[in-house]
Design a binder for this molecule. Structure first.
Ligand SMILES: Nc1ncnc2c1ncn2[C@@H]1O[C@H](COP(=O)(O)OP(=O)(O)OP(=O)(O)O)[C@@H](O)[C@H]1O
Length: 421
């Protein structure tokens, strides 16, 4: 279906543009094809004739040249820059030089000259930038780290990674033109975020954390950075499945109160604690859609419902666990297994049992168990980044902490399948 034709068809007398729906439907199976500036020109021509509030005039653009297949610069130049030019959006571009560059830039630059920030990169870069935007708001307002202030500028994500979970969660597709049109049209979606804590210290702000299978798979993949990403992911999944073992954990959580979506208030918190063997525990403040998991890794949460999904997969056979993993590509029933526990929560505390003795000892003699023993650190997958932590982890949900260009979507376009299981 031609994008131009549909866009005209959806233009209403009242001036409401419904072309984001249009773009989603007409998106190509691959990044090329319809993802060309010429296809989007008529959408922009129609839209630019209308006065629309919230359209950005000036953007700070960050490009990670090393993301995935090192295509980010080309993606920007070929698919994004021409559209910004057509829409008369001013851009100030930085190509990042190393890990941490985006974080230092955002915490130091004069943000008030921009209407939004745009990132071209994968989930690792997205995580760094989201953390940076919240941290910057924190610094500007001198607010406490556990009561973070909302980021002042919205973030637009042009997908150029291998999975692009955050981008998919607000666009439904991994398509640079769709992402760019959302930015140009000023479609802004609030999203909940989490803060991750260890030993009273902030680890980072982000959207998701996994311990167990998710953490170990990532640790295994990170050792093989030289492999192409799809092959690396498949290898790591198979290898971790072969060595599948549960973690003995103390899991505590605060269930969401139905009536309130306000940030947590300590006096109202009521913690539930369980103890058991878990193959995987994930906490996700957004649904985490991707082409591999069209309904998301957390189909039981929304982008801005003020809570996170806690999904704890108890000990079971390898066959049952694989069945559960495969169900993520199905339209329904992802969590319908007797060994899967799902809750809607505002806070979670996870304490692997192996740490309990060591932590109690260190409390007594003042030493650090993570330094004492390398094996005391557990691999966590935090927004696709490997973080090793040797202590209990506390996760708190912060409602609508950040705005992303895009909108809530029910499901992602499924263009890929994991052939390894
Ligand atoms: N010039 C650079 N060289 C090396 N690393 C960089 C550079 N610029 C940014 N980074 C870092 O690269 C890391 C990974 O980036 P990104 O997620 O975009 O790519 P990826 O890991 O290949 O993609 P995916 O996470 O989808 O697999 C980020 O943590 C970011 O800080």
């Amino acid at each position: 279906m031609e994008l131009a034709t549909v866009a005209k068809g959806k233009w209403s007398q009242s001036g409401n543009v419904l072309c984001i729906f249009t773009v989603h439907k007409a998106s190509p199976k691959k990044r090329s094809g319809l993802s060309s500036p010429s296809c989007a020109r008529s959408v922009l021509t129609v839209c630019s004739s209308a006065e629309m509030a919230g359209r950005p005039g000036s953007l700070k653009v960050l490009i990670n040249p090393c993301s995935h297949r090192k295509e980010a610069v080309h993606v920007y130049r070929d698919h994004v820059a021409p559209l910004f030019k057509m829409a008369a959006v001013q851009t100030d571009i930085t190509v990042t030089e190393k890990e941490g560059h985006a974080l230092s830039l955002i915490t130091e630059c004069r943000l008030e000259q921009y209407d939004g920030v745009v990132l071209v990169g994968g989930d690792g870069s997205v995580a760094e930038l989201c953390h940076a935007l919240v941290l910057r708001a924190q610094l500007d307002t001198s607010s406490a780290l556990d009561k973070p202030t909302r980021a002042t500028l919205p973030l637009g994500i042009i997908p150029a990674g291998s999975t692009d979970i955050v981008s998919c969660s607000v666009h439904g597709v991994r398509d640079p033109v769709t992402a760019t049109l959302h930015i140009i049209l000023g479609h802004v979606q609030q999203v909940d975020m989490c803060s991750f804590w260890s030993q009273g210290r902030l680890v980072r702000y982000g959207f998701s954390a996994m311990l167990g299978f998710g953490g170990r798979t990532l640790a295994c993949a990170e050792k093989r950075r030289w492999m192409p990403s799809a092959q690396r992911r498949d290898y790591a999944v198979v290898k971790t499945l072969a060595k599948l073992r549960p973690e003995d954990c103390q899991l505590s959580f605060v269930k969401t109160k139905k009536s309130s979506t306000d940030p947590f208030r300590e006096e109202e918190e009521s913690w539930t604690t369980t103890q058991g063997l878990y193959l995987n525990i994930s906490v996700m403040s957004i649904p985490c859609l991707s082409p591999y998991t069209p309904r998301g890794l957390a189909p039981n949460t929304r982008l801005a419902n003020g809570s996170a999904a806690l999904i704890a997969v108890g000990n079971t056979s390898r066959t049952q666990f694989i069945k559960h993993l495969k169900r993520y590509s199905a339209p329904t029933g992802q969590l319908d297994f007797p060994f899967v526990e799902a809750h809607t929560v505002t806070a979670v505390r996870i304490r692997p049992r192996a740490l309990i003795g060591a932590e109690e000892e260190s409390e007594e003699d003042g030493s650090d168990p993570a330094i004492q023993s390398e094996t005391g650190a557990f691999p966590w997958n935090m927004d696709g980044e490997l973080v090793r932590l040797g202590h209990e982890v506390l996760i708190r949900v912060h409602p609508r902490l950040l705005c992303l260009y895009g909108q809530e979507v029910e499901q992602a376009e499924s263009t890929a399948s994991c052939g390894c299981i």
